[in-house]
Design a protein around this ligand. Sequence first.
Ligand code: ATP
Ligand code: MG
Length: 421
Amino acid sequence: MSTFKAPKGTYDLTPPDSAKYLAVREALAAPLKNSGYGYIETPGFEDVALFSRGVGESTDIVTKEMYTLTTKGGSQLALRPEGTASVLRAALEANLHKLGNLPVKLWYSGSYYRYERPQKGRYRHFSQVGAEAIGAEDPALDAELIILADQAYRTLGLRNFRILLNSLGDKECRPVYRDALQGFLRELDLDEETRRRIEINPLRVLDDKRSEVQKQLVGAPVLRDYLCDACKAYHEEVRDLLSAAGVAYEDDEKLVRGLDYYTRTTFEFVHDGLGSQSAVGGGGRYDGLSEMIGGPALPSVGWALGVDRTVLALEAEGVELELPATTSVFAVPLGEEARRVLFGVVTQLRRDGVAADFAYGNRGLKGAMKSANRSGARFTVVAGERDLAEGVVQLKDMESGEQTAVPLPEIAGTIRECLAR
Ligand code: ATP
Ligand code: MG
């Protein structure tokens, strides 16, 4: 233990658990790579105004959760609290929307920062894999993203998750609903902060987690009754495509999501084994966002899946990921001459693409064999002076315990054969 600890609300990923995180990250991204999404990486911080405009002044993220800083040069920056605004900013800056066919499909993976009250599944530094499809209004695109997230979770072995689906309407019908909802909410018995929220972003009040608020919301006007014909037809098409793909979802008219920029399709993936931090991922359509950050009209849709919570969900379901052993071969030299020879063997194996490691530090046979066991290696190569005098090394199968002498020049080839079996 040093004098220092990881900052509050953060945790370190260390072996062996870190391998699981890496595998989850890769599994969440895999369906995207296979569906025309190109990789994008943006800075860990942005102009704070990108988020206040892009995510929305009334959201929890902007009002409470952003890590902001002033640089020595006087710029106001924020550590990125989410990915969509940055990805859209970067796509516009690179003119990706002008280069070829729309939509521009992008995926990303990285760290995000929110000043939250830390608890299980809620951290100040967390990790997301995200996807954005920019510049097309097509219900098949909304369906594609939901289907790909479903596929990613299922490939990992996750089962007890549900997909909540809603439509938030567009700039035609949402304002009419907003008025009706405000009229309803103003009559309720609510605290000052919530009253202010009614005036800034009344839909967010529906998202209030407190039961005393939820109780009063029974009978609130529902958006579904206000959707215009275009939004209704669009939503029906998304639902039909999901059903045709065999992806089950639940209609949830209270699902408004925390971000201001959503229009039409919104969805959330919730897992029932996670307590109150139940959302493992979410997303939706954001047809107005590009214009909100000074770009052209580019109707778009995207999602972000939380890596940390997906790992917790897998643990809650008792799913063990099949992680390949990180080391296939472990070399144990006995004596100086053997060190040089086996170091050469390990180098050759690695160049041949075989995962190999070596007993460093002259700790004697017992300590070295302990390391070999711990490494999970399928084979150990041991050599001492007598072996070398005979021109062989000992190849030990760690599963069967069987040991054979293999001529030194053949060892790399023999190991490759054994591993391929
Ligand atoms: P919540 O309602 O739980 O606060 P959110 O709506 O703020 O979630 P999004 O902004 O949609 O979350 O982010 C997408 C996903 O990222 C979430 O579903 C969740 O899995 C993950 N996530 C968001 N905030 C955190 C956090 N503070 N710690 C860990 N994971 C998070
Ligand atoms: Mg949140």
